[in-house]
Design a protein around this ligand. Structure first.
Ligand code: NAD
Length: 488
């Protein structure tokens, strides 16, 4: 069995208590890794290391050197994409062709932020006073706690780590206890990239004995969280201890509106990826396919035909097109949602059960036609390969359906009428929309949800703001300060 340690202050360490836990390969239910469990001592040591690095060596490092470190992380990701992909696939059931591709592509996020380190400017302010010169500078926030879920770890780490380092912050990254080995392996990349000790620390542990302590630690200045809405509410409470800054990237219930004039072939192709990439364990996954009533029958027939050809199988086989769900618990949750959706009046069109002839947690690509917005599949995030299909008549109805959710992360619009596309895009209350394509979040574009999908932005120049503070400096240029207290 492979063994993984926590990475604290530049060393790979076992936990002080000697406790460890095992990780299971969801494609065959076998234990494959033993992981050292971080608790109070490790959290405190990691935060202390990040705090000392922030106030010490890291604070003196010039932007160009920070850019070199970011490029070195990107290069190491590319060199180690195969190994990282293999480990992530084993721990999560995600396809090797996806994990390897992602580890390789994620390098671009580090290169992008390397290019921004010396482009952040303060301002000279045109104030309404004589003899005063006022300007602002941008300074780092301090020590960041990054809480990462299990589903897309290289991406969700890069969107926090790259801007944090670019702006001169230090960080403690908490990997999900459900599948922590990809990030513990990634720690070796950080080590090879040669960053000073303590600048990046990576550990894993349980919510109560690790994550809560980290997010309420008095030396944490900002929490960057990705995960579920319920957990986010705890995170916000934890942050109150220290009044830390918080950004939240949460769940989604993405609508994809298909008008009658859409390019159906492109739309079907994009929807296969939108719904079933990463087994649907994506916060931006297409989960509500809202199709014009005049084409829904033809659309459904072609869609189901394509789905029937998707190859489900072992995630490390390059021919496989959909892998295994993360855990038994999650599999049961997905199965339960499908059963509830059918009880709520949904019509099962395909899938809805485990995959025959495979031992692990494989759930078939599932489509359910629903007839009312009260159906649980219209409301709740399933986080599996389950797409609900619902017809609409008028444009206004499509917009209404798209917005009838507590979430507002992402969505798609399919039409060849540009006026219609723009009008609908303007009216959908979500943070990231695609028109005539779906999926793919690139480094230059600000990403983040509205409503219960979160607060704050990751990526783009806006993503840097989360890791910066503005300092105002006012200079009096006159000969003497005007008197206020008379002759004393
Ligand atoms: P989760 O909320 O259960 O756990 C996320 C992390 O929070 C884990 O590391 C966990 O240890 C930690 N945690 C749990 N309870 C905590 C507490 N009380 N205090 C502090 N930390 C705590 O999420 P998950 O099941 O790992 O991931 C799935 C969720 O993540 C889905 O809802 C999905 O939509 C969301 N997600 C969002 C995005 C996005 O970019 N918006 C991306 C990926 C996943």
């Amino acid at each position: 069995m492979q063994k993984f340690k926590n990475y604290i202050n530049g060393d790979f360490v076992n936990s002080k208590t000697g406790k460890s836990f095992t990780s299971i390969d969801p494609s065959n239910e076998k234990e494959f890794a033993e992981i050292s469990l971080a608790e109070e001592f490790e959290v405190n040591t990691a935060v202390e290391a990040a705090y000392n690095a922030f106030h010490g060596e890291w604070s003196k490092i010039l932007p160009s050197k920070r850019a070199q470190y970011l490029r070195a992380i990107g290069d190491q990701l590319k060199h180690n994409a195969e190994l990282l992909g293999t480990i992530e696939t084993k721990d999560t059931g995600k396809l090797f062709k996806e994990t390897k591709f992602q580890a390789n592509y994620i390098a671009e996020y580090y290169y992008y932020y390397a290019g921004l380190v010396d482009k952040i400017e303060g301002a000279t302010l045109p104030i309404d006073k004589e003899d005063m010169q006022v300007f602002t500078t941008r300074v780092p926030v301090g020590v960041i706690a990054a809480i990462i879920p299990w589903n897309s770890q290289m991406f969700l780490t890069a969107v926090k780590l790259a801007p944090a380092l670019a702006m001169g912050n230090t960080i403690v990254i908490k990997a999900s206890e459900i599948a922590p080995t990809p990030l513990l392996e990634f720690a070796k990349i950080i080590d090879k990239a040669g960053l000073p000790k303590g600048v990046v620390n990576i550990l894993t542990g349980y919510a109560d004995t690790c994550s809560k302590l980290l997010t309420s630690h008095p030396k944490i200045n900002k929490i960057a969280f990705t995960g579920g809405v319920h957990t986010a509410k705890h995170i916000v409470k934890n942050s109150a201890e220290n009044l830390s800054r918080v950004s939240l990237e949460l769940g989604g219930k993405a609508p994809n509106i298909v008008f009658e004039d859409a390019n159906i072939d492109s739309c079907l192709e994009a929807n296969l990826r939108g719904g079933f990439f990463n087994q649907g364990e994506n916060c931006t996954a297409v989960t509500r396919l809202i199709v014009h009533e005049s084409i829904i029958d033809e659309f459904t027939e072609k869609y189901l035909k394509k789905i029937s050809k998707i190859k489900q199988g072992m995630p490390d086989d390059m021919k496989t097109e959909i892998g295994a769900l993360i855990s038994k618990n999650h599999f049961d949750k997905v199965q339960n949602y499908v059963e509830e959706g059918i009880k709520d009046g949904g019509e099962l069109l395909c899938g809805g059960k485990s995959c025959p002839n495979l031992d692990g947690y494989f759930f078939e690509p599932t489509v359910i036609r629903i007839r009312n917005t009260e159906n649980i599949l219209f409301r709740d995030e399933v986080f599996g390969p389950v797409v609900s299909l619902i017809p609409f008549k008028e444009q206004e109805e499509a917009i209404f359906l798209a917005n009838k959710t507590d979430y507002g992360l992402a969505g798609g619009i399919w039409t060849n009428n540009i006026n219609r596309a723009l009008k609908v895009a303007k009216n959908i209350d979500a943070g990231y929309l695609w028109v005539n394509t779906y999926g793919g979040i690139i480094p230059e574009t600000p990403y983040g949800g509205f409503k219960q999908s979160g607060t704050g932005k990751e990526l783009g120049e806006e993503g840097l703001e989360e890791y910066l503070r503005t300092k105002n400096i006012s200079i009096f240029m006159g000969d003497s300060i005007p008197k206020w207290y008379g002759d004393n």
